[in-house]
Design a protein around this ligand. Structure first.
Ligand SMILES: C[S@@+](CC[C@H](N)C(=O)[O-])C[C@H]1O[C@@H](n2cnc3c(N)ncnc32)[C@H](O)[C@@H]1O
Length: 260
């Protein structure tokens, strides 16, 4: 399946990002949607900047770019295949860089300094990143730790059953919050908003869909996708039998910063 098709099923707008767009982006602004993916924010961004504004949507994936070019054919929306680190190739001055769930994939210092170069003085960067790659955050609370350990144990059992001698990691120690603050300080940005928000759901279907993407994109296990999915399904099912009331919380950092 093409990545754009897969992502289309799972992409969802984060409510705080919608408010950020509505509250901070003005008519006539030039906005870069960095890592636009399937363009879930493009219509809203377009409406917000109006006829006199301009949207430049960029993504490093050929497939995402092709998808957006097919779907969004408006005079003031330009779609370009460009990695975040090379954003400085955009030569026009930009009022806002909007980056939903993409900066976590970039070399952050390089990306921030490139963003700073294209932004006008006092230009804005609005972004969201998941603080952990998977849903279950380490060390946030006892229940999460227990659920996660149990899930890892069950995945190991499933892998052994199938004679696959690989290890599954569901999370990585993560210092994203700190790394982002530091990069933005170096890039001379002033923080307007910095909030860490949990999003929780405890339904199995949601979790399955949820893990499918990290497992796929991070190449944690180099085994075929379908097989991986069935391992995960079995392990999750068993884990939920042990922890029926567990609610998975994914923590997102939502930030708005202004260039000094
Ligand atoms: C999780 S999706 C987010 C898509 C969209 N912004 C949204 O919120 O639905 C991440 C997107 O970033 C793109 N991407 C990943 N690394 C990138 C990079 N270094 N430069 C530009 N795009 C990148 C991927 O191709 C993908 O389309």
């Amino acid at each position: 399946m093409r990545i754009s098709q897969l992502y289309k099923k799972h992409a969802f707008m984060l409510k705080p990002m919608v408010s950020e767009i509505k509250n901070r982006i003005k008519k006539g602004d030039t906005v870069v949607d960095m890592g636009c993916g399937t363009g879930i924010y493009l219509n809203l961004l377009h409406k917000q900047v109006g006829k006199k504004g301009k949207i430049i949507a960029i993504d490093k994936s050929t497939d995402m770019v092709a998808y957006c070019r097919m779907k969004f054919r408006k005079q003031n929306i330009t779609i370009r295949k460009l990695p975040a680190e090379k954003i400085s190739m955009i030569k026009e001055p930009v009022d806002v860089v909007f980056a939903s769930l993409v900066l976590q994939f970039t070399r952050i210092n390089k990306a921030i300094s490139s963003i700073s170069k294209i932004l006008k003085p006092k230009g804005l960067l609005i972004f969201a990143v998941p603080l952990y790659r998977t849903g279950i955050t380490i060390g946030i609370d006892k229940a999460s730790n227990e659920f996660k350990k149990e899930l890892e144990r069950n995945i190991k059992v499933e892998l052994e059953k199938r004679d696959i001698g690989k290890k599954a990691y569901l999370d990585y120690p993560n210092s994203r919050n700190k790394a982002f603050k530091e990069a933005l300080r170096k890039g001379k940005f002033r923080v307007l908003r910095w909030s860490i928000l949990p999003l929780g759901k405890n339904n199995l279907k949601f979790l399955m869909d949820y893990y499918k993407i990290p497992w796929r994109s991070e190449k944690i296990l180099e085994i075929p996708f379908k097989k991986r999915y069935s391992i995960l399904a079995a392990a999750l099912k068993r884990t939920f039998e042990m922890h029926p009331k567990f609610i998975v919380k994914r923590h997102y950092l939502i930030a708005a910063v202004r260039k000094k």
